[in-house]
Design a protein around this ligand. Structure first.
Ligand SMILES: [Zn+2]
Length: 414
């Protein structure tokens, strides 16, 4: 029976969002948290972008060290041979790639403006797939950008050509959030049946339907007999109105009416990590979680009106679809209301020792020299973060100073 997998694109689609950004350390922590949550794959960045290289290499080292396991880390590039070649020159260790090219009439005429026709697109894409295979890429996904505005017949031809050249999956990108749950169901079902390829559904929220469309597209692919890889981002952060929110999609799959009775998730999801990952996403992007965000918003389990409060006190199931404990909520949180010692780019030894010592599991250093080295890395991390580091970041730097050094090294070319 075909299964559902989650493929999170926070570190790619989220990271390229206008006015927002992530430090390389934050991107790394996101990969760590996604792995803990049980997400199958993290699209962790752009292997042809120079300032990503050391971050990508450092994270692939964490894979080799067993810290990022079993999650798959994949890069996003354009479906052109030159991008594949650059990728394997800059990050030769990479094993999973998604190759993207626009397929719609709108993009062919509006973006390529006569420079490429439908056949050119397919040949560029298949040449890129061939090149990726030649370099020993283990998973090649092919992304049809603007698939929802692409003629189905052409999309099938595109998918079949990709498959013939050894692509493993076809990403159906509703790049502009144009689909609705009914249209995406139909298209993904037909696409799965005709290509017999696992389908990725990539949805955006321009019409407020990213989560619903993800579920519709997933059902289509599954009913068409294929595995589905739902693309998500933490807190739905992404281009324009954003992507499908990771936690909301997982909740929709697990908790919406009868869905989980018929369809199964391929990996073990530890929903208890949901609250933590949403909080970290909010901290890293510096974007508050909306009060009414499903599962993780401040009001997601709040009741004030007489009838609801009375009902939920008698039996939570009266007015709650799922328990807050399931999402890892309910632990009291300590918020400092008095004196605060924070990490910063001009921090010194005394404040640093205090911070490392007051953690739940305090960090001790063998020598003062070792502690000083970590303090220096913490300063650099603050230069990039522009805000005090959280405990997990401090802990990561102390535990993996060599990796942290790579993440914090940004050297522009001459
Ligand atoms: Zn996107």
């Amino acid at each position: 029976m075909p299964k559902i997998y989650f493929l999170d694109v926070t570190n790619r689609d989220g990271g390229q969002t206008a006015k927002l950004g992530l430090s390389k350390l934050e991107k790394t922590l996101i990969n760590v948290y996604l792995n803990e949550l049980g997400v199958f794959q993290s699209e962790f960045g752009f292997p042809t972008t120079r300032h990503e290289s050391l971050y990508l290499k450092a994270n692939l080292e964490l894979v080799a060290m067993g810290l990022l396991k079993p999650i798959h880390l994949s890069g996003w590039i354009r479906a052109v041979v030159s991008d594949v070649e650059t990728t394997f020159k800059m990050v030769p260790e990479i094993r999973h790639l998604n190759l993207s090219i626009s397929t719609s009439q709108q993009m062919i005429y509006g973006k390529f403006q006569g420079k490429k026709n439908h056949d050119d697109i397919i040949s560029e894409m298949t040449e890129a797939v061939d090149a990726a295979r030649k370099h020993g890429c283990e998973t090649v996904g092919v992304n049809a950008e603007d698939a929802s505005r692409t003629e189905l017949k052409y999309l099938i031809k595109f998918g079949l050509a990709a498959k013939e050249h050894g692509a493993d999956r076809l990403r159906y990108c509703d790049t502009l959030g144009y689909d609705n749950p009914f249209s995406i169901y139909d298209t993904c079902k037909k696409l799965a049946e005709a290509t017999e390829m696992p389908i990725e559904v990539h949805c955006h929220g321009d019409l407020g339907m990213a989560v619903a469309n993800s579920l519709g597209g997933a059902k289509g692919a599954l009913d068409g007999g294929q595995d589905v890889y739902i693309n998500t981002t933490i807190n739905g952060i992404g281009e324009r109105a954003g992507n499908a929110d990771l936690v909301a999609v997982i909740l929709a799959v697990l908790k919406s009416k009868d869905f989980a009775k018929k369809y199964e998730i391929g990996d073990k999801i530890d929903l208890k990590k949901a609250n933590k990952i949403a909080k970290f996403g909010s901290y890293a992007f510096d974007v508050p979680i909306p009060i009414n965000q499903p599962g993780v918003g401040a009001n997601a389990f709040a009741h004030a009106s007489g009838i609801h409060a009375d009902g939920v006190l008698k039996d939570p199931h009266n007015y709650e679809l799922y328990g807050f404990e399931e999402l890892g909520r309910g632990e009291p949180e300590l918020v400092e209301t008095g004196r605060e010692i924070c990490s910063g780019q001009y921090g010194g030894f005394s404040g640093f020792s205090y911070l490392m010592g007051k953690m739940k599991e305090p960090i001790c250093f063998a020598t003062k020299e070792e502690a000083n080295d970590v303090l220096e890395l913490v300063r650099y991390a603050n230069v990039e973060a522009h805000k005090p580091l959280v405990e997990d970041e401090l802990r990561f730097i102390a535990k993996y100073p060599r990796i942290a050094k790579k993440l914090l090294t940004l050297t522009p070319l001459e």
